[in-house]
Design a binder for this molecule. Sequence first.
Ligand SMILES: CC(C)(COP(=O)(O)OP(=O)(O)OC[C@H]1O[C@@H](n2cnc3c(N)ncnc32)[C@H](O)[C@@H]1OP(=O)(O)O)[C@@H](O)C(=O)NCCC(=O)NCCS
Length: 203
Amino acid sequence: MSKQPFILRPGNPVFDEGLAFARFLDTAAEGFFRILLGRRMAEIFAQAYTKPGNEYSFENVLFAVQEERITGMASGFTAEQQHGFPANPLKACEGYPHLRATIIGLPVSPMFHALEDLDDGDFYLASLAVDEDRRGQGIGSALIAAMEERAQATDSKRFTIALAAKNEGAQRLYARHGFEVSEKWPRFLYSERFGLLKMAKPL
Ligand SMILES: CC(C)(COP(=O)(O)OP(=O)(O)OC[C@H]1O[C@@H](n2cnc3c(N)ncnc32)[C@H](O)[C@@H]1OP(=O)(O)O)[C@@H](O)C(=O)NCCC(=O)NCCS
């Protein structure tokens, strides 16, 4: 695939963009949200995306666009913003997806708490993904750099991310951007196959 020029732009509160957001979010989470919420996953996230003041809001999002196609996404927010977010909008979804999320989500909820437990002064890069056929062109790096600029425009002291320990490609990428491993989870039973890493960079 030849390199295509791209631009970065903020998210807008539009449902169709929300569907694209959901797709990237699920890619960043290695398909976990589709398993958690089933067929309505994209619609549930797209609805949250169009509203301000929540974890999945358009306000937190940057997109990469190539020839009018959205090919990459990053989202992030400060610890202070996170403390003001309402209860996770996924909990507000009704019917079968709610039941399914409750049952499947229960055993992994400690993991979510570990991931989302931000220290004061943190700016959290909550998700980053690029379409598979557009990887290796610098889009991921540009999204990280642009999110870092957003982080610097706040009072944040650290830029943080969390990722699967087995995602070595992404770890290399973050290390190149100056991130270092700050925490391993679970602390006492950490494994490189199943564990999670938090990485951080001072701002
Ligand atoms: C990680 C990711 C966002 C990088 O985006 P990108 O646009 O390819 O990034 P860049 O072109 O700026 O940099 C390429 C680097 O990304 C990393 N990378 C990880 N997976 C990759 C892939 N499938 N193809 C190419 N690069 C990949 C590598 O470190 C590579 O650098 P290298 O030269 O050391 O191998 C992208 O691979 C992706 O969407 N992966 C799936 C989701 C994910 O893992 N997100 C991060 C965890 S939240």
